[in-house]
Design a protein around this ligand. Structure first.
Ligand code: NAI
Length: 700
């Protein structure tokens, strides 16, 4: 055990000393020092309590609480949340701050999140460095703030802003926090010095948030904000509780509403949503790493190229520009380039018009964007991402042209959805600098990025892909080469099972309803209609010659395409569309009947539960196969992929986490039923072995 000297000259045990006490110019400074993010653990809470007591004993004029290292406090230690919490709890610390005769200032930098922000709300004043982000993410973790956040925040910023901030869990920048009244001052230079100066420059009386009156606001505005939060909250019980608690801040009996909030928090933190979301929280952080890979091997990126300015290329360009990169886009000819540049300018302008982008930032981004029709313009790029047609011949030829045009140390990425990158790089002199970066549409919005490590991809290229994901604010998941990588391959198995369910007796709308009632954002057939049935149709036609004739084949989507029903764009696909609204189609019902008759199938009714469990079995089985093949690194990466890219309900933790919560015998029966329904050619994955490998949160 190492020992450190406190400034009082007394040796202190470093492990226990998570809050460092110093007297500076008559002000007691309590520095939270719990690397890496100063999570509010038991030792931190104890340290704050003893620091507050010592400040009084040593006749300080005031107290500053500040964080060491990169932030104030990034939240409470989530690992403590599955077990009984040890005393002192955070509300005890906040009560001690409020009861202290000394004025207490929270000096914020980096982030002040969750329990960290609640700690700051319990102080008399708050000062922040301009780059600080503040937020209450508890709702996104299946809980509500439990240390007064729902009661103190509305008193400082009003119930309307508070209900949004609590319910959507967003982080707001310090400047916004300042104008809302959440922060009293911004400190441009030395934060600690500014906080001490703040206390010393004039008389700063105690000023408890709980004693401040609620700002006057119209009840209608609150109802509007609350209803929006509830709608976004997908009927999760914790969101309804959060809204109720923020509303209850109007009750003058603060002690009672604080007790109410704490009780709700204590119940929710041990609920199934909270366990699943905590699991995902750690799974997402782990997914961004590869065992044995040093992320510092990443190449610095300043100038990126994008080849192909279509749907994906444009989204990727917007994402790169928003991260401050200079971007050169390449199109086939000047007409296509003009179209791409016009569309890009228009979409950025739309963001300005909607108030999502400052016009100065828009101008800045456009200045960094250039276009050309020859890859020679990419000579200076650090990284080029290709997003041209999904065609092996086109992509392989392009990669060779890129290799000739680019610097030898630059990285090349392909945004292919399905193609074999190992094949794509044959013929290159330096295949090690190629990796897959599989974005999801729209690429500037969707959080997921599959980072594909081909057989020859170097550590440097892989690390660069992961570093880029971080810079773009995306959730990376690392995959090896496989048709459809992790996400699209699982999706194909899921869609196939859905189509078989229809062939065997369910209506498409029954399947979609079962999926959305399970919690997915959209049903599988509604998704097909949205993206267009023709893409998969073209693929099936390409694969027709190699298809195993003994395998069950669902011809329904082919027949829909033959009838010109390509989805929403033709006002009909699996559904009919009137004014954009989907309704079940009698034509589709007839096509389904015909296909059943041709296959000699007597339709059997399928209930919602069976549909849900069969679709889950298909997903889980394919996930197990991907893990067995080494395409996915770890089981939790599959959960991260499905929740971030495919609308899988986050509060269920992902398909494998969900499966791990099921009775094993029931799951076994589902997998057997899946094998029977798929029939010839079905491959069984090692599901139970995979579930045993999941790192599940401990429940006490
Ligand atoms: P798209 O057809 O909208 O765009 C392709 C663009 O590439 C067109 O503008 C075309 O003019 C241009 N292009 C073709 N060959 C070129 C060349 N040799 N040099 C320069 N430009 C060239 O297609 P989309 O949807 O953007 O897809 C592009 C790639 O992204 C494909 O590999 C696709 O599989 C993949 N992808 C697509 C997703 C989607 O949701 N659409 C999702 C993830 C990946």
């Amino acid at each position: 055990m190492t020992e450190a000297k406190s400034d009082m000259g007394m040796p202190e045990k470093e492990e226990e000393n998570r809050v460092v006490f110093r007297m500076v110019d008559g002000i007691a400074t309590l520095t939270i020092n719990n690397p890496p993010v100063n999570a509010g653990s038991l030792a931190v809470r104890q340290g704050l309590l003893s620091g507050l007591a010592r400040a009084v004993k040593e006749h300080a004029q005031g107290v500053v609480i500040v964080g060491a290292g990169r932030c104030f406090v990034a939240g409470s230690d989530l690992r403590e949340f599955g077990k009984p919490l040890e005393k002192p709890e955070l509300p005890d610390v906040i009560k001690a701050i409020e009861d202290s005769p000394l004025p207490v200032v929270a000096a914020l930098h980096g982030v002040a999140l969750g329990g960290g922000l609640e700690l700051a709300l319990g102080c008399d004043y708050r000062i922040a460095a301009p780059a600080t982000k503040l937020g209450l993410p508890e709702v996104t973790l299946g809980m509500v703030p439990g240390a007064g956040g729902t009661q103190r925040l509305p008193r400082l910023i009003g119930q309307v802003a508070a209900v949004s901030m609590v319910c959507d869990g967003r982080r707001i920048p310090a400047a916004d926090a300042r104008s809302l009244g959440l922060v009293d001052a911004l400190a441009e230079d030395d934060l600690l010095a500014a906080a001490i100066q703040f206390l010393k420059s004039e008389d700063r009386p105690k000023r408890l948030a709980t004693e401040q009156p609620l700002p006057e606001e119209s009840p209608e505005d609150f109802e509007t904000a609350a209803n929006r939060a509830l709608k976004r909250g997908k009927k999760r019980p914790n969101v309804a509780e959060a809204v109720r608690l923020v509303k209850a801040a109007a009750d003058p009996d603060v002690a009672a509403t604080l007790t109410d909030e704490r009780a709700v928090f204590q119940r929710l933190r041990l609920g199934s949503d909270a366990f699943a979301l905590r699991y995902l929280f750690f799974a997402e952080r782990q997914a961004a790493s590869v065992d044995g890979l040093d992320i510092k091997a990443a190449r610095p990126l300043k100038h990126a190229g994008v080849v192909g300015g279509g749907t994906m290329g444009q989204g990727i360009i917007r994402a790169l520009l928003s991260a401050g990169l200079t971007v050169t886009v390449i199109e086939r000819d000047s007409d296509a380039l003009d179209r791409a540049m016009t569309a890009l300018r228009q979409s950025l302008q739309n963001q300005v018009d909607r108030g999502r982008l400052a016009s100065s930032d828009c101008a800045q981004r456009l200045k960094k964007l250039a276009g050309a029709t020859s890859v020679d313009a990419l000579a200076d790029c650090d990284l080029v991402i290709e997003a041209v047609f999904e065609d092996m011949v086109v992509k392989a030829a392009l990669l060779r042209d890129l290799e000739a045009a680019m610097r030898t140390d630059a990285i090349i990425a392909t945004n292919t959805s399905y193609l074999d990158i190992n094949t794509m790089v044959t013929g290159l002199s330096h295949p090690e600098r190629v990796l897959g970066l599989h974005f999801f549409s729209p690429a500037d919005i969707m959080p997921l990025l599959e980072v594909v490590r081909a057989d020859k991809t170097s550590d440097e290229a892989l690390a660069t892909g992961l570093a880029l994901a971080r810079r773009l604010g995306k959730q990376p998941v690392v995959a090896r080469v496989a048709e459809g990588f992790i996400g699209n391959r699982i999706y194909a198995a899921y869609r196939r099972r859905a189509e078989l369910l229809v062939l065997d007796g369910a209506a498409p709308e029954d399947v979609d309803r079962a999926i959305t009632s399970f919690g997915f954002a959209m049903g599988v057939f509604a998704v097909s209609d949205m993206s267009g049935l023709d893409i998969a149709w073209a693929m099936r036609k390409r694969q027709a010659a190699t298809r195993d004739p003994k395998a069950r084949y669902v011809a329904i989507p082919d027949k829909l395409c033959e009838a010109g029903r390509l989805g929403r764009k033709t006002n009909g696909g699996w559904y009919d569309y009137t004014d954009g609204k989907a309704t079940p189609s009698p034509i589709v019902a007839q096509v389904i009947d015909d296909c059943r008759s041709e296959a000699g199938i007597v339709p059997t009714p399928t209930d919602t539960d069976t549909i849900q469990r069969q679709l889950m079995a298909a997903i889980v089985n394919e996930a197990a196969l991907l893990l067995e093949e080494g395409v996915a690194q770890r089981p939790s990466d599959v959960d991260v992929t499905l929740t971030n890219g495919y609308g899988f309900p986050r509060w269920l933790g992902g398909p494998l986490y969900w499966a791990a919560q099921q009775d094993r015998a029931a799951l076994r029966a589902d997998l057997d039923a899946l094998a029977k329904a798929v029939g010839h050619g079905h491959r069984e994955g090692p599901v139970m072995t995979v579930l045993d490998q999941l790192d599940l949160p401990v429940k006490d």
